[in-house]
Design a protein around this ligand. Structure first.
Ligand code: GTP
Length: 599
């Protein structure tokens, strides 16, 4: 292989700016789309949920052969990057597998928060950046404004920008030429010891774990013994090749190549994104830089609505874990909900994706407990403990103080929404650390805020006060001292452990009232009065009552009509499957979810 004819690049874009559509156009135009009909939209996102939500969650690469105007056949390796902040470490590994990036900007929207966040990342890795203005076919496209932003906000040369319509294919040829001309070829040497960066992996039911990698130096061949340098695992290369929608066996990968490796790795947890593959025969001196063990930032427990479904939940979680190394879990149990799992997620979107997959792919009704961040609690006896589960919060008498994680939040908004957004950030205990006018119309606001505040409502409210125009990106920066309390929820005097949450004392009254009100709205009247209370320690901070109601569904049936009666009872039983008994009260699944959601 001649690496002077190779180009490794990724597309960085804000959600919905057209990354998947552009990737599809690349594939169409490179004529490698042989086995699947063109009707199948967005081939790089191969999970249904992704397609429905239009979000790229797991990255996937593709090698596109392209005959350029100079008559040579280039190998263009597109490394797909996930588009959401929850997956930013994966984005960083994908970016560092490339020499260049296409910075895709929706001509009707302009630059947004994630465009900037990813751009900075690409700049840190010294990538050549080609600005690409997409959706120029739309009447509302404002190309002039985009060119201006490219020059002024991004500090890039707008004269190099390529205008395309990923939808119609307009401009895509010119873009291929720009990739070939502007992005440099990879520089590694086959003769050096092997260093290949793992930027993704996926699980295939037939072939096991497929590792996605970029070879920087050396050659990786079938039969070689390899080692993952950071985790230590030693394996034999069973197969290697490139991605062309399917896996195409080549038997070896050379310096500069992007492709896949199949080894005897059994579970995806043994493969860490960011790790370096080397050969045991002639190992590299040190791994490639930037390896990090990704840690979850949000924790929540999952319980089956029907305790009889526990075994099915076990198998669902195990299957999901095969495909998702970042899902962390351990067994958990709750007095109110029975057996379940305590899980760690990369963010709220990750949590929602897992929830949807369990419900949809495994047809299970589940309950999530209130999500929590991880707190550091300093005890009076000098010990420090990490707590992400409210049930493990120690007796307040033993606590000296607690710390909670803070994020740096970057919000980009049209100027007219700055006032309300500043109010929102203040309400969420944010401290402004920066404010940049990107141009006359748009401002970037930088805040330090507790991560816990972002879990509840923040994003939805930001979108609603800015009519969808503000965009948001964040990263966890540090732990800071906080005043923490445990808020308990009691239904008819029984604590519902699954609804307990750790909250900032200043928010506890409001939060307690909110939860009680929502529960009142969600729990149907029953045959006796129900008291819903929120308490901190022994003190009740809020209370709601649901009055009694007598409902006899069979009363309307005439004594003789057994089948009708049975049908009604069955229907009622069906409904109960989605109910959880807590003490003597039936709580619907929706009530647990309602506690997490904002209005
Ligand atoms: P994520 O995967 O969520 O990051 O989104 P994406 O950036 O991949 O965006 P996607 O390709 O899903 O496109 C978003 C929407 O824009 C879709 O409805 C596309 O059909 C539409 N779209 C993309 N490119 C163009 C274009 O050039 N012109 C027009 N008119 N619509 C486009």
């Amino acid at each position: 292989a001649d690496s002077s004819l190779t180009r490794n690049f990724c597309i960085i874009a804000h959600i919905d700016h057209g990354k998947s559509t552009l990737a599809d156009r690349f594939i169409d135009m490179a004529h490698i789309n042989f086995s699947r009909g063109p009707a199948q939209a967005q081939m790089l996102d191969n999970m249904d949920i992704e397609r429905e939500r239009g979000i790229t969650i797991k990255s996937q690469a593709v090698t596109i052969p392209y005959t350029a105007k100079d008559g040579k056949v280039y190998q263009l390796n597109l490394v797909d990057t996930p588009g959401h902040v929850d997956f930013s470490y994966e984005v960083s590994r994908a970016i560092s597998s490339c020499e260049g990036a296409l910075l895709l900007i929706d001509a009707t929207q302009g630059v947004e928060a994630q465009t900037l966040a990813n751009l900075y990342m690409a700049m840190e890795h010294n990538l050549t950046i080609i600005p690409v203005i997409n959706k120029v076919d739309l009447a509302s496209a404002d190309i002039e404004a985009c060119l201006h932003q490219i020059d002024h906000d991004l500090g890039l040369d707008s004269s190099l920008a390529v205008q395309v319509s990923a939808k119609t294919g307009f401009g895509v040829d010119a873009l291929f030429e720009a990739i070939v001309k502007q992005i440099q070829h990879p520089e590694g040497k086959d003769a050096f010891p092997l260093q290949a960066l793992i930027f993704d992996s996926h699980y295939d039911a037939y072939r096991g774990v497929i590792v996605h990698c970029r070879v920087f130096d050396g050659v990786l061949k079938v039969g070689d013994e390899i080692q993952f340098m950071n985790t230590g695992g030693v394996y034999k290369v069973e197969e290697a090749g490139i991605f062309q929608l399917e896996l195409i066996k080549t038997g070896e990968l050379h310096a500069g190549d992007v492709g896949y490796v199949i080894t005897g790795v059994k579970t995806i947890s043994d493969v860490r994104v960011g790790d370096t593959i080397t050969s045991t025969n002639r190992p590299a001196k040190k791994p490639l830089p930037g390896f990090m063990d990704v840690k979850p930032v949000v924790y929540s427990s999952i319980y089956p609505v029907d305790t009889n479904d526990y075994e099915e939940l076990v198998s669902a979680i195990e299957k999901l874990k095969l495909n998702d190394a970042s899902l962390i879990y351990e067994k958990d149990s709750s007095a109110a909900l029975g057996f379940g799992f305590r899980c760690g997620f990369l963010g709220m979107l990750h949590l929602e994706v897992i929830q949807e997959r369990i419900e949809r792919e495994f047809d299970l009704s589940i309950v999530f407990t209130s999500p929590s961040v991880k707190y550091i609690v300093h005890l009076k006896n000098g010990e420090t403990i990490n707590i992400d589960n409210p049930l493990e919060y120690p007796d307040p008498m033993r606590v000296e103080y607690a710390e909670e994680p803070y994020i740096q939040a970057n919000v980009i908004t049209p100027t007219q929404y700055v006032g309300p957004i500043i109010n929102l950030c203040m309400e969420k205990r944010g401290t402004q650390t920066g404010m940049n006018y990107l141009d006359e119309k748009r401002v970037e606001l930088i805040y330090e805020m507790p991560l816990a505040e972002v879990l509840f409502e923040f994003y939805d409210r930001l979108k609603s006060i800015s009519r969808g125009y503000a965009s948001f990106d964040y990263q966890v920066i540090a732990y800071k001292r906080t005043d923490l309390v445990r808020l308990d929820i009691l239904v008819n005097g029984e604590p519902v452990d699954a609804l307990s949450q750790l909250v900032f004392r200043g928010n506890s009254q409001n939060r307690g009232r909110q939860v009680c009100e929502r529960l009142r709205g969600e729990i149907p009247r029953q045959q006796y009065k129900i008291a819903i209370q929120a308490a901190i320690g022994g003190t009740i901070v809020s209370r709601e009552t649901i009055t009694a109601f007598r409902k006899d569904v069979t009363a309307k049936c005439y004594g003789g009509d057994i089948s009708r009666k049975r049908k009604l009872l069955e229907k009622q039983k069906e409904g109960k499957k989605r109910m959880k008994m807590v003490g003597n009260v039936e709580i619907p699944q929706s009530a647990f979810l309602a506690v997490l959601k904002s209005d």
